[in-house]
Design a protein around this ligand. Structure first.
Ligand SMILES: [Zn+2]
Length: 341
């Protein structure tokens, strides 16, 4: 019989990732997904658009970024936000140390990610990845999950990839999807894919299914660029529909409501079709723009609370509907769980 106090087993236990199914990994460590609370699933703190061949931590001053972003995160405390997903990928300004400092300063759980961003004709994909196999890419991402990112010990809470919004996926982007599938099967991290329209979303779901990954591991990001028919198809397969561009004010109609009426109408259709349990919403707002003086213009993360929620309530949404979309769905979508089909 194996002795549980054998030093070998103790060491092995300490080396294993300290994560159990049902947890989510924040920049400060793993928490129970039921403790996420109200969650903004797609936002940004920092973005550097210069491209994979020139970006790096040398491009920004961490203190300046934290000082600029901090008030916008503090503002979220009064609305009861518990968790914030930073969707900036590697080679586009991902900086786990900035996120950890902000999380420590505000008490908000923050998640970062692993993966590569293909849209923009691979400008944000590191050169070596163009010749790598899906397995080689997955090995890099799985290593971040196990060991942490860039020697920080900070681990990713989801996979973020991106594909071109086209009817047919370019080979490089198909490779990113395959790498994400392999990473999911090893880690249980959700696959968040910057996508856009119906065709690339459904094409990715097909690849995932071929690879044995259930559609409910997939978050169709920027689905506001798709159609309701597409949402129905994807949601019925089990995928998550991410409507992540809540924005009142400009650009939009002169009354300053922006896309709020569209959100009210679309979420009402989700509710009447019985698929409100497959939608995720957020602003895709922020951020400190590297290269702009003091980060340039910064869009806050509060239109959900100041504009959308009041309109949803006027349109028959009860507290349990809001809790479903803003608490339960994120908990289910992002909790670590290997989802096989
Ligand atoms: Zn985004």
């Amino acid at each position: 019989m194996k002795n549980p106090f054998n030093p070998f087993f103790l060491v092995a236990a300490l080396l294993l990732p300290w994560v159990l199914p049902g947890q989510v990994i924040t920049v400060q460590g793993a928490i129970d997904s039921r403790d996420m609370g109200l969650t903004l699933i797609h936002e940004h703190i920092l973005v550097d658009w210069i491209g994979a061949d020139s970006t790096g931590y040398h491009r920004w001053d961490r203190k300046e970024v934290v000082a600029r972003a901090l008030p916008y995160l503090q503002e979220l405390r009064q609305y009861g936000v518990g968790t914030f997903l930073d969707c900036t990928p590697a080679y586009l300004g991902r900086d786990p140390r900035v996120l950890k400092e902000l999380s420590e300063a505000t008490g908000i759980h923050i998640l970062t990610n692993t993966g590569f961003y293909g849209a923009g004709t691979n400008k944000f994909v590191p050169g070596f990845a163009l010749d790598s196999s899906p397995g080689e890419l997955a090995a890099i991402w799985i290593d971040e999950f196990r060991q942490g990112i860039d020697n920080t010990g900070i681990r990713p809470g989801f996979i973020k990839i991106s594909v071109e919004n086209r009817d047919t996926l370019p080979p490089m982007h198909e490779k990113l999807v395959r790498a994400a599938a392999l990473t999911h099967l090893e880690t249980g991290l959700a696959i968040v894919s910057h996508t856009g329209g119906d065709a690339p979303a459904l094409a990715q779901l097909k690849i995932l299914q071929e690879m044995g990954v259930s559609p409910d591991a997939f978050v169709w990001t920027h689905a506001q660029n798709g159609t309701f028919e597409g949402y129905l198809q994807a949601a019925r397969q089990g995928a998550w529909i991410s409507l992540d561009h809540i924005q009142a004010g400009q650009p939009g109609p002169a009354d300053g409501t922006g896309n709020i009426p569209w959100y009210v109408q679309t979420l009402s259709r989700f509710k009447s079709q019985g698929i409100l349990d497959h939608v995720l919403i957020s602003h895709d707002a922020g951020w400190y723009d590297v290269g702009e003086p003091n980060g340039g213009g910064y869009r806050g993360y509060t239109d959900l609370f100041t504009h959308l929620i009041p309109r949803l309530r006027e349109n028959g949404f009860r507290q349990d509907d809001l809790d479903l979309v803003l608490k339960e769905n994120p908990g289910k979508a992002y909790a670590l769980r290997i989802r096989k089909n």
